[in-house]
Design a protein around this ligand. Structure first.
Ligand SMILES: Cc1cc2nc3c(=O)[nH]c(=O)nc-3n(C[C@H](O)[C@H](O)[C@H](O)COP(=O)(O)OP(=O)(O)OC[C@H]3O[C@@H](n4cnc5c(N)ncnc54)[C@H](O)[C@@H]3O)c2cc1C
Length: 457
């Protein structure tokens, strides 16, 4: 009899697990309370990146003089932008649903909670009537994602005090915004709003934006923010946000305050593990609600897996998908064959600011802290003809390798198309390639990738 595999949540973790497990012969049922595609498509990655792409086009049109054209100041068409975001979301959601259905996955619209270690109850609301049904399973994947963290000192109102999920569709474009939180999401929102012409203030709790990132990388972004007129309030922690007429007032613990038309909270996320009745299945979350997993994504209960944001590993869509794939392989017994475990240290990630920032593998500061000997080579994009042609020579490529063997251990890229270019270093890190492998690749000319080859020299 086929393995009955139940998946709770249809985001990247859930739908990748469903597709692979179905292909491998499992009888797959997916329960999704909202829309297949998950927060990644509906609320986070896709809408934010769509807005950033439009904002990028706006800032590019203000720099056309460098391309031998006259600058233009484009007008935002809020309806057209909203339609564009909705269109992309619908397209991707439909594609995912069709793919799952074509693989024979049963999709149930409803909210699931555990009844026993081998069954869930699904609450379904149709035409205002709630019905419940029980589904039994042999293996289950919890892939319920996360939601923005709201601290107890603020109450978002969905109008002027917003979480990141309330910024689109963009009903009104803020004239001025105070963004609280200078991690990846915070800086992307700063970039997005300032591209659209808003006056932006960023509350940075430490002395550097992107705490934990390479200081050289963070410095390039800070310079860009300052050049665009973004105010950086460093070493400040917001302690209250209130509305005063058409303004919001953000007060910080050191007495400084910011007045703006809107405030956006970008201070992390919390797992969607409450409401799942985990105790009925015997699954024990950690003190923050994340569901701990081992290297096969198995929870403390042998046949129950967790993947994606709810597992508390790297909160990235790409990581969630790969975890989903590994779960499907494990459920179907493929882990006993040649099987590479997921190595979270080798995950590439990108920040969609301008310039873009991307990195993978070992960071210089990390190697320095652990006393590990490394070779660091850095080449600015200004050294490549393509950067001059693009009229954008900001940024650099940095490659970190083992001085004894030449094996590529990591790297970072700041600049145009960094999110695409990092794939070369990511592949090298995953496949244990050497710097000479990059140097001896016959790359395209003129292309930004020439900086990669030079950095590998
Ligand atoms: C603003 C922002 C931008 C981001 N941009 C990027 C990016 O550019 N690149 C990137 O890699 N990552 C990005 N991320 C992170 C990415 O969105 C998440 O890592 C990813 O969505 C996690 O996928 P998931 O499958 O764990 O969960 P989700 O995508 O959150 O999906 C979980 C699904 O579970 C459903 N669900 C929850 N509880 C239940 C229940 N009880 N019953 C049934 N269904 C349930 C939800 O409705 C949801 O559809 C971004 C995050 C944010 C906040």
């Amino acid at each position: 009899m086929a393995v009955r595999f139940l998946i709770i949540g249809g985001g990247p973790a859930g739908n990748t697990a469903a597709t692979f497990a179905a292909r491998l012969g499992a009888e797959v049922t997916m329960v999704e309370r909202d829309v297949v595609g998950g927060a990644a498509h509906l609320l986070d990655c896709i809408p934010s990146k769509t807005m950033i792409a439009t904002g990028g086009a706006m800032s590019f049109s203000r720099r056309l003089h460098g391309m031998g054209l006259e600058d233009v100041e484009p007008e935002i068409d809020v309806d057209a932008l909203t339609e564009r975001i909705e269109g992309i979301k619908t397209h991707l959601g439909n594609n995912t649903t069709q793919l799952l259905q074509s693989q024979g996955v049963t999709i149930i619209r409803g909210s699931a909670r555990f009844k026993t270690p081998h069954s869930v109850v699904v609450d379904q609301v149709e035409n205002g009537k709630t019905t419940t049904r029980t589904i039994e399973f042999d293996a289950c994947l919890v892939a319920t994602g996360s939601r923005p963290r709201i601290p107890d000192w603020v109450q978002p109102d969905g109008e002027r005090i917003l979480t990141t999920r309330e910024c689109y569709p963009p009903r009104v474009f803020p004239k001025s915004v105070c963004v609280i939180g200078s991690g990846v999401t915070g800086v992307e929102f700063v970039h997005m709003f300032s591209s659209f012409g808003a006056k932006v203030t960023l509350v940075v709790s430490r002395q550097q934006v992107l705490p934990g990132k390479d200081p050289e990388v963070a410095a390039v972004l800070e310079d860009d923010f300052l050049r665009r007129g973004v105010s950086l309030l460093k070493g400040a922690r917001a302690k209250s946000i209130t509305r005063e007429g058409d303004e919001v007032v953000v007060r910080c613990d050191d007495g400084r305050e910011v007045r703006a038309s809107h405030a956006v909270l970008a201070i992390g996320s919390v797992p969607n593990s409450d409401g799942l009745d985990l105790e009925a299945a015997g699954v024990v979350p950690d003190k923050n609600g994340f569901i701990s997993i081992n290297h096969h994504c198995i929870t403390n209960v042998e046949h129950i897996y967790a993947a994606g944001d709810v597992s508390g590993k790297l909160p990235l869509s790409s990581v969630a998908s790969m975890q989903g794939r590994k779960v499907a392989e494990h459920v179907m017994g493929l882990h006993t064959r040649e099987h590479r475990h997921l190595d979270y240290d080798k995950a590439a990630s990108a920040i969609f600011t301008e310039p873009e920032i991307a990195d993978v593998g070992l960071a210089e500061a990390e190697a320095f802290a652990s006393g590990r000997k490394i070779r660091v080579t850095k080449v600015p994009f200004s050294a490549t003809p393509k950067a001059l042609i693009n009229n954008d020579s900001r940024g650099f490529v940095k490659i970190i390798s083992d001085p004894a063997t030449g094996v590529v251990l990591g790297g970072s890229i700041v600049g145009r198309h960094a999110a695409e270019l990092i794939s070369v270093i990511a592949l090298a890190v995953t496949a244990n390639l050497k710097v000479t492998d990059i140097v001896e690749s016959l790359l395209v000319h003129p292309a930004l990738s020439e900086a990669l080859a030079e950095a590998a020299e």
